[in-house]
Write a protein that binds this ligand. Structure first.
Ligand SMILES: [Fe+2]
Ligand SMILES: [Fe+2]
Length: 191
């Protein structure tokens, strides 16, 4: 169960399909950032020993996803250009508490929500994108993103009372909807 508090509308899917190159470039950046952020958590919280093995494994897996998306881009003659960010991640991170242990719990829960939204939208692309190869690729990735969602929620539960973590996840899930609603419509996985 993904804990999202809104369902992606058809307008997002139509925009994604009409701007497939941009969505794939953005997706490549998302996978790169997911790998980087797994390692960044280890740098920011060196004492959080429960994170070490899962974040190393996650960084490796996200790098594999990154390579896969790069291959999809190259096969289509596209390159990984820079893209202006939608502001989604920055706005979500602004909701995170500033002091421990809430700070770590919130960063893990925000990561869980980002994975959940990716998973929800990959499912739409896996079901509806006109390019069969992309349908297969997105279908292959969505199970991993659902697993990552669960991983981040479980890890957050190691740094606070699990009931409080669930309640905080729900608060942040509501915030995630407000963030999405505030963004201008761009062809991004998270916009
Ligand atoms: Fe991924
Ligand atoms: Fe992921």
């Amino acid at each position: 169960m993904l804990c999202l508090r809104s369902k992606t509308e058809d307008a997002w899917l139509q925009r994604a399909i009409a701007n497939t190159r941009e969505i794939l470039v953005d997706h490549a950046h998302c996978e790169r950032k997911a790998a980087t952020q797994a390692l960044m958590l280890l740098g920011r919280f060196p004492d959080a020993s429960a994170l070490v093995d899962p974040m190393l494994a996650l960084a490796r897996e996200e790098l594999e996803h990154f390579e896969l998306v790069l291959a999809l881009l190259r096969q289509r003659g596209w390159t990984m250009d820079s893209l202006p960010p939608s502001g989604y991640q920055a706005q979500l991170h602004a909701h995170c508490r500033k002091h421990m242990p809430g700070k770590l719990v919130d960063l893990l829960l925000v990561a869980a929500l980002i994975e959940a939204r990716s998973c929800e939208r990959f499912k739409l692309l896996a079901d509806h994108h006109p390019d069969g190869e992309l349908r297969t690729a997105f279908g292959g990735l969505l199970a991993a993103e659902a697993r990552h969602h669960g991983l981040f929620v479980r890890l957050a539960g190691q740094y606070d009372d699990p009931v409080a973590v669930r309640a905080r996840l729900d608060e942040l899930a509501h915030a995630e909807v407000a963030v999405l609603d505030s963004l201008s419509p761009m062809a991004r996985i998270h916009a």
